[in-house]
Structures are given as C-alpha cells and as structure tokens.
Design a protein around this ligand. Sequence first.
Ligand SMILES: NC(=O)c1ccc[n+]([C@@H]2O[C@H](COP(=O)([O-])OP(=O)(O)OC[C@H]3O[C@@H](n4cnc5c(N)ncnc54)[C@H](OP(=O)(O)O)[C@@H]3O)[C@@H](O)[C@H]2O)c1
Length: 270
Amino acid sequence: MSKRPTFKEKYGPIALVAGASKGLGAAYARALASKGLDLVLVARSPGPLQETATQLSGQYGIRTWTVPCDLSAPDASNTIIEATQDLPIHFLVYNAALVHIGPYLQATSKAHLDIASANMLTPLTLLHHFGGKMIAKGRGGIVIMSSLAGFQGSGNLVTYAATKAFLRILAEGLWYEWSPLGVDVIACCAGATATPNYLATCPAKASPLAPPVQQPDAVVEECLNRIGKTPSFISGSSNRLASFFMHRVLPRKMVITLMGNNIKKMYGIS
Ligand SMILES: NC(=O)c1ccc[n+]([C@@H]2O[C@H](COP(=O)([O-])OP(=O)(O)OC[C@H]3O[C@@H](n4cnc5c(N)ncnc54)[C@H](OP(=O)(O)O)[C@@H]3O)[C@@H](O)[C@H]2O)c1
C-alpha cells in the first residue's frame, strides 16, 4: 500500500499567506511553518510582518520572504506576483479583509470600493495567477477566509458581509473545477474569533445564546484538517449549530433582522 503524502509533500515547499502578521493570518503562518513549509508573508505594516517572519524562521528553521503591500491597492497583485516570480508556491491563504462597521452611508464610496478591492478583486487576480501555476503542476491547496457574516445580509457590516458571501461562493466553484486537477480549495467560514482586529472593535456579547468566541489557532487547525475533504465549512460546533438554526429553521427575514440587531448591540450602534 502506498504511503499517504505528508502535508508538506502535498502542499509544499512554499506557502503564501496574504494578511499574515496578526491574528488568524499569523496563526495560519505558524501552523504552516510547524508543518515545515517555507513562507511568503504579506501585510501592510513592514515591522510586524518582519517580526512574524523572524520569529517563525527562528522557531521552525524555515525560509521566509516578506512582501509589504496594501491588498486594496490596484497594483497589489502585481507587487506580489513580481516578488514571488521564481518561488514554487503550492499553498495560498487569502486571509486579509477590510471592513466598515456602521451604517452604509457613513463610509465614503471609496471606502466601500477599497473593501471590494481587498476582499474580492485582489483575490481574483491572485487566485488566477497562483491557482493557474498550481494547476499546471497538478497539485496545491488554497484557503479563502469567509465569514458567518456572509450567510445573510448583515446590516452595519453591509459591504464586508457581501464580499464574504462572494468569497465562499468563489471558493466552492473553484473547488468543483480544481479538485479533480489536484488543487484543493476551501472556504473557511469563521464566526467571532479573538484576533487583535476583532478585539480592537471592543464588541459586546450580542446575546447570552451567541456562540463563544473562538481562538485563531482552533479555527486554523480545523481548516487545515478539512482542506481536501470539503469545499467550505463553518468553524466550531457552536457556530455550526447556530448557523443550522438560523439558516434551516428561521425565516430569512427574521435571520437578517436578528443579525442586524446583534451587530447593533455588539457595537453600540443606535
Ligand atoms: N476575527 C473575526 O472575528 C473573524 C470572523 C469571521 C471571519 N473572519 C475573517 O478572518 C480573516 C482575518 O480577520 P481579522 O480581521 O481577524 O484579521 P487578522 O487575521 O487578525 O489580521 C489581518 C491581517 O491582514 C493584514 N491586512 C489587513 N488589511 C490588509 C490590507 N489591506 N493589505 C494587506 N494586509 C492587510 C493585517 O496586517 P496589516 O494591518 O499590517 O496590514 C494582518 O496581518 C478575514 O478574512 C475576516 O473576514 C474574521
């Protein structure tokens, strides 16, 4: 009987994590480094990015490259593609996302377009480039971070939630096309996760029934265990239960109202 390939044999030698210096992105980078993959790390602030790279190469003896860039900028994909031209990247995590919390009209239309660029347009180009290279070699893995916010319209997170729905549907379609060609694609639909970005918004608990906030490492571990087995998943059993109730039991109008009211409560929006 032939031995099952290790994670590194299947998806190595190099992974690229877009949005890698903090929270879930740093947790993906750490988990991949612990499996022996070398890493290309992307984020806006060069300082924290370099710190993450230095820490991971010291701890796991891997090679790292950093690409400081803003994923909402029109030239973001080109910057990353040029910086990684000769690197055999067989694993991609698209983690970074922009969000506006508050009424739609309180943000400028430019801010909404920036959210669309970082959360939809840049991933489309990076998936085309890196996915194409993986398909040409017949192997690879791609994680796309989505969110429970994208399972229904979400007042006060309007554009963000719509982009997260887009990403889940995108990942599922690519899973269908690419898994027979050797490239696994998965959308990770996380619920509230204790990342620095999430905690910095100082959210209050929306209701005593709200699922517990997850730790980034738990979300990442579940995702890396599930890739190759499913096109998308909801992280954590409490989130899955809440989602089942919301989307299989309650009427859609009630779900949208519940979600909007919870977000208002969490962020003290009147
Ligand atoms: N946290 C949650 O509760 C939660 C829930 C559901 C889904 N998610 C999803 O999980 C992912 C991570 O979310 P998070 O907010 O918690 O973030 P995170 O993983 O804690 O950190 C975001 C990372 O992305 C980088 N980043 C942010 N905007 C960027 C940009 N425009 N260009 C380049 N890099 C950028 C940040 O570094 P710089 O700031 O230096 O750029 C940081 O390294 C997102 O896709 C989000 O939708 C999160």
